[in-house]
Design a protein around this ligand. Structure first.
Ligand code: SF4
Length: 187
C-alpha cells in the first residue's frame, strides 16, 4: 500500500523565517540548515519520490506564501529550463559545499581565520552584520560553518525571491539542485 503523506508545506514556511531569525540569535543555529540539504535525499532514497518537494519543503512554502499575490508571472526564459543551466547550479552548489568543508577544516586546525560575515554567492560580503543576541563562546570552526551555511541559505533565498517575483513563486524549484538531482529521466 502506498504511504500517505500530509502536506505541511503551507505551514512550514515559518521554518524558513525561523532559520534566518535563529542565525541572528546565534550563528551556530545556522548549521541546522544542513537538514534541508540532507532530508530531501534521504526521503527520496526511501520512497523513490520527491516527498520533500511535494509535502514538506519550507522554502517552497515560503515562496508560495509571500510571492503568490505579487509575482509578475512573466514568461520564464528558456535558458533556465535547460539541462546545462540546471547542472551548472548543481556544480555551483558542489563547489560551494567543497569550500565550506575545506575552509571549516582549515579554520578548525587554526590555519585560517573564521569567516565572520554574510556573503552573497560565495564572493560578495554583505554590508551589514548579523546581530548575535546570544553571547556564547564556541569553537571557531562552528562559527565559520554557521556563517557559511547562513550565506548559502541567504544567497539562494534572495535568488529565489527575485526569480519568484519576476516569473512564478516557485521558479527557484526549476533550478534547485534537489529538483535536478532527484529527477529521474525516463529512457
Ligand atoms: S525543488 Fe528545492 S525549493 Fe523546490 S520544493 Fe524541492 S527542495 Fe524545495
Amino acid at each position: 500500500m502506498t504511504k500517505k503523506f500530509t502536506n505541511y508545506q503551507d505551514s512550514f514556511f515559518i521554518i524558513t523565517i525561523l532559520f534566518f531569525i535563529l542565525g541572528m540569535i546565534h550563528i551556530s543555529f545556522s548549521i541546522l540548515g544542513f537538514l534541508c540539504f540532507i532530508t530531501p535525499f534521504v526521503l527520496f532514497g526511501i520512497y523513490k519520490d520527491k516527498i520533500w518537494c511535494k509535502y514538506y519543503c519550507p522554502r517552497a512554502g515560503f515562496f508560495m506564501r509571500f510571492l503568490s499575490k505579487i509575482s509578475l508571472k512573466k514568461k520564464l526564459p528558456k535558458v533556465l529550463k535547460t539541462e546545462g543551466f540546471k547542472r551548472g547550479v548543481v556544480i555551483y552548489f558542489i563547489i560551494n559545499l567543497f569550500f565550506v568543508t575545506m575552509s571549516t577544516i582549515m579554520v578548525s586546525l587554526g590555519k585560517v581565520a573564521p569567516m565572520g560575515e554574510i556573503r552573497f554567492m560565495i564572493l560578495f560580503t554583505m554590508p551589514f552584520d548579523l546581530p548575535q543576541l546570544l553571547n556564547i563562546s564556541l569553537p571557531n570552526g562552528i562559527i565559520h560553518l554557521g556563517y557559511r551555511m547562513y550565506s548559502i541559505m541567504f544567497s539562494s533565498t534572495i535568488v529565489g525571491l527575485i526569480l519568484g517575483i519576476l516569473y512564478a513563486p516557485r521558479t527557484w524549484c526549476t533550478i534547485c539542485p534537489v529538483q535536478t538531482l532527484t529527477t529521474v529521466k525516463k529512457k
